[in-house]
Design a protein around this ligand. Structure first.
Ligand code: PG9
Length: 629
């Protein structure tokens, strides 16, 4: 019987079941040519910040390259699966490791494996920060710990990072630790109201709610924002105002959105955290290389602004450097630099910059007995010509005080653009701006900003013919150029316009129109490449800190400082200017009725407006171009 059988089988000793993951197991480094030491670095308030220290095997007396990121210190050092750091690290770190550097990447306070509270772009201790720490103190404490606890180092540290990491790199320059010997802020957030991530001249970058959601819904970005349509243009239009959308997706509960709603104008909240203003007041103690991308879709304002702010401190012109490249945001670090969208640069400009500028700069300042890199104060790629240049200053051309003087190119009412000022009564170009049919910033479908399939990073080089075709975009275009026209500096649009509304946005685009037939690359025939464009909110025309209604149907003068250019319009090309009154859904719509705060505009405030751009002896609308010989 079954009972007898069971009695015959000897009782099995009971096996104790324990975890198959042994506590404290460390993967072996034997086959690798590098080790990663994971550490928790204590700050002055006891909070511990997580960092990965990547040490190439055999490193001795090695300088440290230090980055601080909100995007995960683990992900930041993850390249391909490999035992060789040359592949296991992302490109730029791999090249730095090969050049003899130890790489340290830290999670900023409150993100991923770091303790503490995460405050987005946390301002310095002071009126906007009542805690006892900021990025300056956290960097100081971390560097102090690193030079005392990493035996392989020579005690010299350089900070580097892109965007948010560029912002933390700039923060390392405030009360810098004595071991900090060089800094490379790349495409940093500098002024979130004038021209970086949050606003441009008062127009709100609502597409960034995607970023806000990822970064503040939890501490390790597990939640991405899902819109109800693949083409987010439809989702945004259907939702209504940015605040309506915020409510719909729950972003209205996130403090960083609430702060934008509370500070729509350029008040002290923005001014006091703008890093160009802050660093203008700090002594220049650490050699700095600012890295700027000409087609930076996120932080196109920051790098040249902070370079300019620090430049007066650089008496010998040998401590404050800038490189300007033909890149999108961050393209210079880990992405190929031979193309951006359809635009070809005749070679890998990102690799060139790292080999000829970035690494020599760090070597000079961080290696014991480092060789002088002999960098020019400014290294700039000239788009159009596809050439690198060494300059001893930036800008090279401006209204006054630069080696060359800027020159105006004038709009004419019939759609022309030329070097002579309009005479006589002239006229105007007119269009109707309808918030119900806003002009898109690129061709639809427009995927959400951080959708893995998006080409968001290249939108600034999109062919602008799609916009020219719309009746609510006005175009001014020059004759075919009989000589090259070179620009090096900041174009400034000075235009006279009226609106039938009481508030309005103005978008101005400076465009290089390729010849209609372009044998070198036939698909580029007639391409309209924007080399500099931006938006302003009319209510801030007189005072960015105090909005005022635009007098309806009156001619008003506007000034819009456009992003920096280093460009050659080649003979045979044409220069074009386009103007429109919306750039949707990247920017929220202006209701075109003056309301105290656009974040709280009601549906009925959104009205059509008739816009006119004037051109006459009295109203000579133009762009001042930073022309160089
Ligand atoms: N542009 C991003 C960002 C920086 C700072 C604040 C908010 C966003 C970034 O690429 O990090």
């Amino acid at each position: 019987s079954a009972l007898a059988l069971a009695a015959a089988v000897p009782a099995m000793a009971q096996t104790r079941v324990t975890s198959d993951i042994p506590p404290g197991f460390k993967p072996s480094d034997d086959l690798k040519d590098f080790t990663i030491r994971e550490v928790q670095i204590p700050m002055r308030d006891g909070v511990k910040l997580h960092a990965n220290i990547v040490i190439p095997k055999g490193a001795k007396n090695a300088p440290i390259i230090f980055s601080r990121t909100p995007y995960s210190a683990d992900k930041a050092i993850t390249g391909l699966p490999s035992n060789r750091y040359s592949m296991a690290l992302p490109t730029a770190y791999a090249e730095l490791a090969a050049a003899g550097y130890i790489i340290v990447v830290q999670d900023v306070r409150g993100r991923y494996k770091s303790e503490g509270d995460y405050i987005i772009a946390k301002p310095l201790i002071g009126p906007l920060n009542d805690t006892k720490n900021d990025h300056s103190t956290d960097t100081y404490d971390s560097i102090d710990w690193l030079v005392k606890n990493v035996p392989e180092t020579n005690g010299k540290v350089g900070t580097v990072g892109v965007s948010y990491g560029g912002f933390t790199t700039l923060m390392s320059l405030v009360n810098p630790h004595p071991a900090l010997k060089a800094a490379v802020p790349i495409n940093p957030l500098v002024d979130g109201w004038i021209g970086d991530d949050w606003f441009h001249n008062g127009a709100y970058r609502q597409s960034f709610l995607d970023w806000v959601y990822r970064m503040s819904a939890d501490k390790s970005s597990r939640y991405g924002l899902q819109f109800d349509r693949q083409d987010t243009y439809e989702s945004w239009l259907k939702a209504g105002s940015v605040s309506d959308m915020a409510k719909l997706i729950g972003v209205d509960k996130l403090p960083v959105f609430q702060k934008a709603v509370a500070h729509p104008a350029y008040d002290d909240y923005w001014k006091e955290q703008a890093l160009d203003r802050i660093l203008a007041k700090e002594p220049l103690k650490v050699p700095t290389l600012h890295v700027h991308s000409l087609w930076d879709q996120e932080d196109i304002y920051g790098a040249p602004a902070v370079y300019e702010a620090m430049e007066p401190k650089d008496k010998g012109n040998d401590e404050n450097f800038m490189i300007i490249g033909p890149w999108r945001h961050g393209q210079n670090m880990n992405l190929d630099g031979s193309k951006l969208g359809a635009i070809d640069f005749d070679g890998n400009t990102s690799a060139w910059y790292r080999e000829k500028v970035l690494i020599p700069f760090f070597d000079q300042h961080l290696k014991d007995g480092g060789k002088n890199a002999k960098l020019a104060p400014v290294t700039a790629f000239e788009t159009g010509a596809n050439e690198w240049h060494r300059y001893n200053r930036w800008p090279l051309s401006c209204a006054s005080g630069c080696p060359s003087q800027s020159r105006s190119i004038y709009f004419s009412a019939d759609g022309g653009l030329g070097w002579s000022a309009p005479g006589g009564a002239g006229g105007f170009a007119e269009y109707v701006s309808d918030p119900a049919r806003p002009v898109t910033y690129r061709q639809r479908p427009i995927l959400s900003t951080y959708n893995p399939q998006t080409s968001w990073g290249q939108w600034l080089v999109d062919d602008q013919r799609f916009a020219e075709a719309r009746p609510d975009v006005v175009t001014f275009v020059s004759d075919v150029l009989t000589d090259d026209v070179r620009l090096a500096g900041q174009p400034i649009a000075k235009f006279f316009a009226s609106t039938s509304g009481t508030d309005s946005d103005w978008v101005v685009k400076l465009i290089d129109v390729y010849p209609a037939e372009y044998p070198a690359a036939p698909e580029m025939g007639g391409y309209e490449l924007a080399i500099s464009m931006d938006i302003m909110r009319g209510r801030y025309r007189d005072d960015p800190s105090k909005p005022s209604a635009i007098p309806a149907n009156k001619v008003v003068e506007y000034q819009l400082k456009l992003p920096q250019v280093s460009h050659k319009f080649l003979k045979g090309h044409r220069i074009m200017v386009q103007i429109q009154s919306s750039w949707f859904p990247l920017y929220d719509r202006n209701p075109q009725t003056f309301v105290p705060n656009i974040f709280t505009a009601k549906k009925s405030d959104y009205v059509k407006a008739t816009q006119r751009i004037y051109s006459s002896a009295k109203y000579p609308s133009r762009i001042e171009l930073p022309v160089i010989p």
